[in-house]
Design a protein around this ligand. Sequence first.
Ligand code: KG4
Ligand code: ZN
Length: 360
Amino acid sequence: MPYILGIETSCDETAAAVVARGGEVLSSVVASQVSTHGKYGGVVPELASREHLRAIVPVVREAMEEAHASWADLSAIAATAGPGLVGSLLVGLTFAKGVSVVRRLPLIGVNHLEGHIHAVVLDARRTGEAIETPALALVASGGHTHLFLWPGGEHYRLLGKTRDDAAGEAYDKVAKLLGFSYPGGPVLDRLAEYGDADAVALPMAKMKGNPLDFSFSGLKTAVLRWVQSKNMEEEIARRRELLRCNPRPSVEEWLRVTPRATLDVIAAFQRIVVEELLKRVERAAEETGARAVIIAGGVACNAGLRRAAHSGRLSCPAYFPTPHLSTDNAAMIAAAAWPRFERGEFDDLSLKAQANLALA
Ligand code: KG4
Ligand code: ZN
């Protein structure tokens, strides 16, 4: 059975996975650098490369052991070639090139965004469920908010993308300005359940030009203005103090230092992000006659987004990755490499790490 070893180091997770036939995840190991970057409220590129260098060998070893795989069991090695932080990409890609030479394994470079989309395809392959095409694919993460039309195969058409912040970046920035931990998405998502989204009015983006483009910076600024109007220094200081004592507070602990009004603004923020994303997906589905919607990337973990996408408002079924395959991982990279492996399309050692590698 063909096994592919996938490697992902595009941002702040060092990940390796062994996937059989593009659908069976034998192992998926993710070493997060959250504790390194947390105190800066975002990823520091130099620190990320150094952490990848430290982690890559133990992470690959763990993935191989967990899969009970030997080097001789592998049929190919796949690594993220971009987009991402170039210093981070280089660690995984160079490691993969080395293994490919020493073990005489074909090398497959994967686009990180295609990887996110294949996190959903992987699940469908495993369960035998068919995702009908043409499909829409929304990739919403800390670095990207891109909407593609996917006719099938390896072709993608870009329908729209963010003009400023990515959706996950908006979560991270709003969390930072309110004094919550990094990454901001998971904590704000859980706290949003306790607030009343109707209690605070936040603006939707006003777009000129392509109506399928996204924008989140105005929303972030509106939250900033709200904070500035409220005299919140003490409240924010209490949360920062909580974080100093405990880098991973529970929801109950956050709730103890988060008054109702702040929960309301979080709920309102989340409702607008979900609405901005789904409004464009809805419109694109109607315009293109898409038969399915794939929603992937870290923001696809969002409970509010999942609930809204499954509420019947979309004209076709919506598919999300299982939550541990939504955020960065290497199983999705091995899965995206599978169709290329079947076609015998391999890369050579001239393959470059590209910070802005485009999918379409
Ligand atoms: O895909 P990913 O792991 O890395 C990138 O390629 O960027 O996505 C990470 C992003 C972060 O911005 C994080 O705040 C966001 O995904 N995120 C969420 C949730 N979980 C992670 N955003 C909203 N709701 C969540 N539950
Ligand atoms: Zn990602």
